[in-house]
Design a protein around this ligand. Structure first.
Ligand SMILES: Nc1ncnc2c1ncn2[C@@H]1O[C@H](COP(=O)(O)OP(=O)(O)OP(=O)(O)O)[C@@H](O)[C@H]1O
Ligand SMILES: [Mg+2]
Length: 456
């Protein structure tokens, strides 16, 4: 609305009206306001609002600012000063009719009402509105505080849940480690005990075998001497010689003693491996030959290497490098490597159950195979690689390999702890590394990197 348009409109309106700009310039008025002030309308034109009212310019400016920045009607008080000094307190309703813009000042319409004639209800209403506004403000604050408290609570609950989950996971790991440690320690004790018990009688047998062989040879020589000097033996002796097939006995005995010697040596080797494997006496860090550990595990697993389900022998190819002695908890490391080897055998059996080997043409070189290679990476690290050409695994299985209780094997066959324990031993205990690559249907390779000296 332009001041001119306002003039047109205001002329007919009965209440006192003023059109001012944001700075307080009176732009237009109507007759009722002029009457209140006992002035003519022309005299009001171009005056400043501050000149017409008793309130300080500061207060008036603040009121006009409030009017120009609010969309609603802003109620205030303006005390008009007449020329004769009389003061008329008016209620003012201010409304912006053209907002401020960079080009022009705001236009504010002020509707005045003589307070003396205004009803008391208005004052009460104003008070009520004021109280209501305060109440709304108070509620808003309370609501905001509640929202904030709620958010804080949620954050705290989340923090507690995370902490709880972490504690739960830690507890599960500790529990698994405890079970495993307990199992390993009793298994180790038993193995060491059995090995010790077997060792004595076997040494006894091995020691006596030599003499038994000598004595038997002496006795056979004696029999031959008898035969030479007394060729005409009585019939009963001749019959007995035939019954027992003396020639065969003489020929077979050497073979028999040789087998017994090989057998006892084998038992002694197994006993040595068992003791080497359990190494109960070596719960502390010690410098060991890693190859001995691998070989011991292989001796213990020998029976499984011998025959897969379709009687294919698993070939073990060793490509051992020249390794330095490695400082480690040897029985634990042996256990970790044995778990990997056991899985390799399982994977090869799996393939053999699926009939892969049996279908293969005998001229091809595809047979169940485990390849173990070791080498030095640098003066601080060595690497052990254990590869099989078994069933392999999908990427999905590979990503869960080291999770506790993850197994694809039937109930009763796998607990899903083997690789979890290997991981704990290699990575957590020895600060080594373990990784795996695999192709389904082709095979799997585990790579174990070990620090030469864990103390470094
Ligand atoms: N060499 C491998 N070839 C194919 N799959 C493998 C191989 N090694 C491990 N896996 C897969 O990883 C899973 C987890 O192995 P892990 O040794 O932890 O448990 P498990 O052998 O199933 O049971 P456990 O060792 O406790 O008796 C196996 O069930 C198998 O699916
Ligand atoms: Mg396993």
């Amino acid at each position: 609305m332009t001041p001119e348009q306002f003039l047109e409109l205001a002329r007919v309106l009965p209440e006192p009206l003023l059109l001012v700009d944001g700075e307080g310039h009176v732009l237009a008025t109507n007759k009722p306001i002029a009457d209140i002030l006992s002035l003519r309308r022309q005299e009001l034109q171009g005056r400043m609002l501050f000149d017409l009212v008793d309130e300080s310019p500061h207060d008036v400016t603040k009121y006009l600012q409030a009017c120009s920045s609010s969309r609603a009607m802003v109620i205030g008080t303006l005390t008009l000063c007449k020329n004769d000094g009389q003061k008329i307190i008016c209620r003012s309703q201010g409304a912006v009719i053209q907002p401020w813009s960079p080009e022009s000042s705001a236009l504010i319409l002020l509707r005045l009402e003589n307070r003396a004639t205004a009803s008391n209800n208005f004052i009460l209403l104003n008070k009520k509105i004021d109280e209501l506004a305060k109440e709304i403000q108070r509620r808003k604050q309370a609501e905001a505080a509640l929202v904030k408290a709620n958010e804080d609570l949620e954050i705290r609950v989340e923090e507690r849940t995370t902490a709880f989950k972490a504690a739960q996971k830690e507890l599960q790991i500790t529990q698994i480690q405890l079970i495993q440690a307990e199992k390993m320690s009793s298994l180790g004790q038993m193995v060491a005990g059995v090995a010790h018990e077997i060792n004595n009688p076997v040494s006894f047998i091995a020691g006596n075998l030599y003499h038994a062989n000598e004595y038997t040879e002496d006795l056979l020589e004696l029999v031959q001497l008898y035969q030479q000097y007394f060729p005409d033996t009585p019939l009963e002796i001749q019959e007995q010689i035939e019954i027992i097939d003396l020639d065969f006995i003489i020929q077979d005995l050497t073979q028999l003693f040789h087998s017994m010697k090989v057998g006892t040596e084998r038992i002694q080797e197994i006993v040595k491996s068992l003791r080497n494997f359990s190494r109960l006496d070596e719960a502390e860090l010690k410098q060991v030959n890693i190859h001995e550990g691998i070989d011991s595990a292989l001796v213990i697993l020998e029976h499984r290497l011998q025959a897969t389900h379709d009687s294919r022998i698993i070939q073990v190819i060793k490509e051992y490098g020249k390794l330095p002695k490695v400082t480690c908890y040897s029985s634990q490391l042996n256990q970790a490597l044995m778990n990997i080897l056991t899985n390799a055998i399982d994977a090869l059996e799996d393939t053999s159950i699926n009939g892969r080997w049996s279908k293969i043409n005998s001229t091809t070189e595809d047979y169940p195979l485990i390849k173990i290679s070791t080498e030095v990476i640098d003066e601080k690290w060595i690497v052990i690689k254990i590869a099989d050409n078994g069933s392999g695994m999908s990427e999905q299985v590979r990503s869960k390999l080291f999770d506790p209780f993850f197994t694809t094997k039937p109930v009763g066959k796998g607990t899903g702890l083997g690789l979890f324990v290997s991981y704990q031993i290699i990575v957590e205990k020895h600060r080594g590394e373990i990784s795996c690559s695999s192709t389904p249907g082709k095979g799997t390779e585990f790579i174990v990197k070990m620090p030469v000296n864990i103390v470094d």
